[in-house]
Design a protein. Structure first.
Length: 310
């Protein structure tokens, strides 16, 4: 990752120390107190062996915490002492922004983030801030901030460990703005697809994949009055697979390409796969789509679909 923040300021941002999230407070003894002043019963609330089962990280020191706008691979904001420099990208209502983080401890070591790592990146609404402006999805090494309603709120980023936060940032403003995309013209660009593979679900094999503005491979032939079942694997420009399905943000769909024969194939959509149905013997061109709400966020180049007589 290009250390953009280092180009913006000279020197470090200082050390941010997290102490005592839960069960990590020191004893209340005044200087000079001895064990003679406290019997075993008085220490029930200070049994560190019991109270620290869920909090083994008593003291986590963070030297750098940067938020990465994953759409542009840029540092959008970074913590400096008890405040932020920079700002979060605006979130359009009904859509989301994808944010990663670069975190460094006080020894200068990067703290890995991810679902398979010790720490995950998470975010929450700050105490007392508006609750209904944003929502969140967590993905281990990055988070999605989802625009629920136009407005402004404050959020707090977290280093999540097991079932608690070992570190929380200062508050930073998140703003949700009006969606200004023209969905009729398919101009919504929340997601950038780098790879698309079409899977023949009868064999679980990749039969075609997009390469730039054209395809490699071909679709299986479609029997007339029958169908073929096709799945898909979409990869975004960060190398992450995009989840598709009826219960996911995105679905897999298809349509006849502009100007192609309309009466050769029809379609059934099932969230994570589509059926191409043979309506009449012949050839046409189809376009595959990454469907979001009521529009396509991505459309593939057209590819030939052939319907044959059984």
């Amino acid at each position: 990752m290009v250390r953009t923040r280092r180009e913006l300021i000279m020197g470090g941002a200082g050390v941010l120390a997290l102490t005592a999230l839960a069960g990590c407070l020191g004893d209340d003894e005044e200087p000079g107190d001895t064990d003679d002043d406290h019997d075993d019963d008085d220490h029930d609330d200070h049994d560190h062996d019991d109270d620290h089962d869920d909090h083994d990280h008593d003291h986590l020191e963070i030297a750098e915490f940067e938020i990465i706008d994953r759409d542009h691979d840029d540092v959008a904001a970074y913590v400096h002492g008890d405040h932020w420099h920079g700002e979060l990208p605006h979130v359009e209502e009904g859509h989301h922004i994808s944010l990663g983080a670069y975190v460094e401890d006080d020894h200068g070591d990067e703290i890995p983030l991810g679902s398979d790592e010790e720490f995950e990146l998470r975010v929450r609404v700050a105490d007392g801030a508006a609750e209904d402006v944003v929502d969140f999805d967590y993905h281990g090494d990055h988070v999605h901030i989802i625009g629920e309603a136009e407005g402004i709120t404050d959020v707090v980023f977290q280093l999540w460990h097991d079932d608690h936060a070992d570190y929380e940032t200062p508050e930073i403003t998140a703003q949700v703005v009006e969606d200004d995309h023209d969905h009729d013209d398919h101009e919504h660009e929340d997601v950038h697809v780098d790879e698309l593979e079409i899977i023949d679900r009868s064999t679980d094999e990749v039969v075609a994949d997009v390469h730039g503005d054209h395809w490699h491979g071909e679709l299986p032939e479609i029997p007339v009055d029958d169908h073929v079942s096709l799945g898909a694997r979409f990869i975004d420009d960060h190398g992450d697979e995009i989840s598709i399905g009826s219960d996911e943000e995105y679905e897999f769909r298809a349509r006849v390409a502009d100007g192609a024969e309309e009466d050769v194939v029809d379609f059934d959509f099932h969230g994570d796969h589509v059926h191409l149905i043979g309506e009449s013997v012949g050839e046409t061109e189809v376009v595959f789509q990454l469907w979001h709400d009521d529009h396509a966020d991505y459309e593939s180049p057209s590819i030939e679909a052939v319907v044959v007589d059984e």
